[in-house]
Design a protein around this ligand. Structure first.
Ligand SMILES: NC(=O)c1ccc[n+]([C@@H]2O[C@H](COP(=O)([O-])OP(=O)(O)OC[C@H]3O[C@@H](n4cnc5c(N)ncnc54)[C@H](OP(=O)(O)O)[C@@H]3O)[C@@H](O)[C@H]2O)c1
Length: 305
């Protein structure tokens, strides 16, 4: 169990994030972190905060729409304020769980960026940049990956195309590629980002990536192509397929457990198994360029510090 402190999680309102929150809140006294729940303000956020509180956790709701970088910047400022005031214990982990797969790549964020890339990747890059100086070592950043970034059996069955990498400024432009490609590209970006972030984060912050396994029927497919949703519903009944109820506690373990305390360099864990990523997911030039392009994109949106 990590030093007692605070865990911030995005996307706490449903499925994987919600079950990770409940697993953390349900830890015994002395192992239970304070929780900062970063999600769209409203009934769902209040409901999960209430459930976590009922389990004994000290919880703060931080309303934030991740499709707006101004909102993300404000959320980071709120967290810095809470930490500075001693209103919550030291920040020991950030779990960048929120994700979306928009119906088409014409959808743009408030800042004019392709929505899937903006929410899954750019918003988390902004949030982490805003909080990198606020962690207390030893600390962990846990990013959420997906094996859709490369060709594999399940991805093909779900009709989700593999990543087709391009310059990140291009990936952020609405209309570039189909929705499945945008999702896979955002998840490949998260792997590149994880490697570069570790090089820049300093010794006290360990960066890892968690893959929850395919969890059919979550809200992720809300805007996804019909074929994805139909195959998901059919295959979701197979025994052994992942569920938020099973993978949520595994994500909580990534943030809290001694087992994963030394995981760093963007190490990739598929449910409980440390796994080597495909060679395409290690590329120093792309990783450096992604870092620079991300700074440009955040700055262009007025979100730079
Ligand atoms: N499902 C799978 O099979 C699978 C497989 C591999 C990886 N993953 C990854 O696992 C993570 C969780 O997925 P899930 O299946 O649990 O998805 P989900 O049921 O759709 O939940 C997504 C979460 O992200 C939040 N979110 C989405 N857009 C947001 C925005 N603009 N601002 C703030 N919050 C936003 C949602 O909040 P609202 O309640 O406000 O919508 C929700 O809490 C994602 O990163 C996903 O890519 C999922």
């Amino acid at each position: 169990m990590t030093e007692s402190g605070t865990v911030l999680i995005t996307g706490p309102t449903r499925n994987l994030g919600r079950h990770a929150v409940l697993a953390m809140a349900g830890r015994p006294e002395g192992q239970r972190p304070d929780l900062l729940l970063v999600g769209r303000a409203g009934r769902d956020l209040t409901a999960v905060a209430g459930e976590a509180h009922a389990l004994g956790a000290r919880v703060r709701e931080i309303g934030c729409d991740l499709s707006s970088l101004a909102d993300v910047r404000a959320a980071a400022a709120t967290v810095r304020g809470l930490l500075a005031d001693g209103a919550v214990r030291p920040l020991r982990a950030l779990v960048a769980n929120a994700g979306t797969m928009s119906a088409d790549t014409q959808h743009a964020s408030a800042d004019g960026y392709e929505l899937t890339f903006a929410v899954n990747y750019l918003a988390h890059a902004e949030l982490i940049a805003g909080l990198l100086g606020s962690f207390t070592a030893p600390a962990r950043v846990v990013l959420i990956g997906s094996n859709t970034y490369h060709a594999n059996f399940w991805r093909k069955l779900l009709h989700v195309p593999a990543a087709e990498w391009a310059d990140p400024v291009e990936l952020a432009r609405p209309g570039s590629g189909g929705p499945g490609v945008a999702y896979s590209n955002a998840k490949l970006a998260i792997l590149y980002y994880a490697h570069e972030l570790q090089r820049r984060a300093g010794a006290g912050v360990n960066v890892s990536v968690f893959e929850p396994g395919w969890m059919p029927g979550t809200a992720l497919g809300r805007g996804a192509p019909a074929a994805f949703q139909a195959v998901g519903r059919a295959l979701g009944r197979l025994p052994g397929v992942s569920t938020p109820q099973r993978s949520g506690p595994l994500l909580a373990a990534m943030a809290l457990d001694d087992q994963w305390a030394d995981l760093r360099d963007g190490a990739f864990v598929l449910k409980t198994k440390l796994t080597e990523v495909q060679p395409i997911a290690h590329d120093r030039d792309r990783e450096r360029r992604l870092w620079e392009a991300t700074a440009e994109l955040l700055e262009r949106a007025g979100a730079s510090r």
